[in-house]
Design a protein around this ligand. Structure first.
Ligand code: ADP
Length: 192
């Protein structure tokens, strides 16, 4: 199973990615988590990406693409994966297309989780209190949502045109949402 999980900040991508990873026994790969790990450990990569993340801007494509390329080559990614937070702009879609063509492993589905802006803002405000992420300040949250609307949301149409998009309501019980996703993906398995 090779999946993308897309949707705005606060919609629950990370939570659903973890549940799907468990169900399908594949890794959930989050570019945001990889960057945060490197920030925390002050690695060379961490130092390079800090300023972008603190401002809510996208990290340069070259860096992000090469991280994904390396990660997809790892042993535990050979049976499938879920990408959370990548691709995030048109250039990254192109880079991913090229990587997957070289690996001869096409995408199975793109999940798009949806929720109203007010729900997203409420969830992120709550998360900011709990997790204390440095990019969860009101200004940076607003910037991240703007970047999402401008750069990332239009990508959904690309995947829709390819017949890969599965749109799911991100509001409701966490395990109910996950059940809905899995039943739709299993249905897909039986029909192809
Ligand atoms: P969120 O979706 O809540 O903004 P993420 O953990 O997905 O959180 O990403 C945090 C930050 O990491 C982003 O604001 C951006 O700076 C950087 N980042 C994550 N994924 C990408 C990506 N695919 N391309 C560029 N930058 C990224």
């Amino acid at each position: 199973m090779r999946l993308l999980i897309m949707g705005p900040q606060g919609v629950g991508k990370g939570t659903q990615a973890a549940l799907l990873a468990e169900h399908y026994q594949i890794p959930a790969i989050s570019t945001g988590d990889i960057f945060r790990y490197n920030l925390k450990n002050q690695t060379d990569l961490g130092k390079k990406v800090q300023a972008f993340i603190d401002k809510g801007e996208l990290v340069p494509d070259q860096l992000t693409n090469s991280i994904i390329k390396d990660r997809l080559a790892m042993e535990d990614a050979q049976q499938g994966w879920i990408l959370d937070g990548y691709p995030r702009n048109a250039a990254q879609v192109e880079a991913l297309d090229q990587m997957l063509a070289e690996l001869e492993t096409p995408l199975d589905k793109v999940l798009a989780l949806q929720a109203d802006r007010q729900v997203l803002m409420d969830r992120m405000t709550k998360r900011a209190e709990i997790e204390g992420r440095s990019d969860d300040t009101p200004d940076v949250i607003a910037r991240r949502l703007d970047v999402y609307a401008k750069e990332t949301k239009p990508l959904l149409d690309i995947y829709k045109d390819r017949g890969l998009l599965l749109e799911i309501n991100g509001v409701g019980q966490i395990d109910q949402i996950s059940k809905t996703v899995i039943s739709q993906l299993d249905h897909l398995d039986h029909t192809v």
